[in-house]
Design a protein around this ligand. Structure first.
Ligand SMILES: Nc1ncnc2c1ncn2[C@@H]1O[C@H](COP(=O)(O)OP(=O)(O)OP(=O)(O)O)[C@@H](O)[C@H]1O
Ligand SMILES: [Mg+2]
Length: 322
């Protein structure tokens, strides 16, 4: 069943974090010492939020379902969303936990070790009676399986089943996989159109070193297609028609935090604008490359027009030619 005239192009649901990042950080000063950095930024982030903000910048109509604390971090995120024109009517605020947050001391080469404090995202909960309000959209991105304590225990699978039955296109990304992740994915994959973890995560979960084997495993579990984000190698795409790699764009890397989340946002925005799979992956690749040029998951991307101009003018980062 497909719903006519849904309210949103895309709803981004799940892990939402306040990131506080500083760069460059080579080491933590000894004792109570002080060191100087060039830049510190604070921005909404996380598997749902990093995709959401970049999709919104590209101009599609977006809403989010997530849980924030009733604290200054939650206020900051909600205010930022409202300023970006993101619909916040499905946002939850809890007094039980503080907003999930991360401190990121970004290394000079752009790598990002993370100090994460779990919080309100673990309280995110949707009752079956709330599923329809969330599914008033063409695309549903569920991000953050692994860091969503309440929903991870079976309720997310029910939500995705509901979304699929209503005819939505469902995308899924996760975080911090462990030995339990494959078990969770068995319930989720039958309702997923595009499974979008990083390559590192995909290989770990599938227990193989071969991308095609990993993708086949997830497609056997029910995912229609897999897109593995592969850092500077770009992304690996696996559908019933075959497997291929789309290279990344060459950029001056400042901070790669949230590049994978940004890829999902660009990809979904592309699909929702009617792009085919390859064009949508290219838009995701461009958005993620631009995000790598600045500090924070929402850096680098301005709007659709400038992102398309970047696609026209940027060089390809390929093993073969450069
Ligand atoms: N060094 C780089 N140069 C160009 N593009 C990059 C680089 N690193 C990452 N990207 C782009 O970002 C995308 C996602 O990167 P990555 O594989 O690191 O995702 P991830 O591990 O899921 O990230 P996160 O979970 O922090 O959002 C890649 O598919 C690529 O398009
Ligand atoms: Mg990721």
């Amino acid at each position: 069943m497909t719903v006519d005239n849904p309210r949103f192009d895309a709803v981004f649901a799940g892990l939402t974090i306040l990131d506080i990042a500083g760069r460059p950080v080579s080491s933590i000063p000894d004792g109570g010492g002080i060191a100087f950095v060039e830049e510190i930024r604070m921005n909404p982030a996380g598997t749902a939020s990093g995709a959401l903000m970049n999709a919104a910048k590209l101009g599609i109509s977006c809403a989010t379902s997530a849980c924030l604390g009733r604290d200054e971090k939650g206020d900051f995120i909600e205010n930022r969303y409202r300023a970006m024109g993101i619909d916040c009517s499905l946002l939850q605020r809890t007094g039980a936990m503080a907003t999930s947050a991360t401190i990121l001391p970004i290394r000079p080469n752009g790598e990002r070790p993370a100090l994460h404090c779990r919080g309100a995202s673990d309280e995110w909960w949707l009752d079956e009676s709330e599923f329809d309000a969330l599914c008033d959209t063409r695309f549903l991105h569920h991000g953050g399986t692994g860091f969503l304590a309440k929903m991870d225990r079976g309720q997310s699978a029910k939500l995705l089943a509901h979304a699929k039955a209503r005819g939505l296109t469902v995308t899924l990304d996760l975080i911090g996989p462990n030995d339990e992740t494959l078990g969770q994915l068995k319930d989720l994959m039958p309702h997923v159109d595009y499974f979008m973890p990083s390559m590192e995560e995909a290989l770990f979960i599938a227990g193989t070193a071969d991308p095609s084997d990993a993708a086949a495993r997830f497609r056997d579990l029910g995912a229609t297609a897999c897109i593995f984000k592969w850092g500077e190698k770009g992304s690996f795409i696996s559908t019933a028609d075959g497997d291929w790699r789309l290279p990344a764009f060459k950029v001056n890397v400042s901070d790669t935090t949230g590049c994978g989340d940004a890829y999902c946002g660009g990809f979904i925005a592309g699909l929702s604008m009617g792009y085919d799979l390859e064009e949508a992956c290219r838009l995701g690749t461009a958005v993620s490359g631009l995000v790598a040029t600045g500090l924070g998951s929402d850096a680098g991307v301005v709007d659709l027009e400038s992102t398309l101009e970047f696609i026209r003018t940027a060089s390809i980062l390929d093993d073969d030619n450069g």
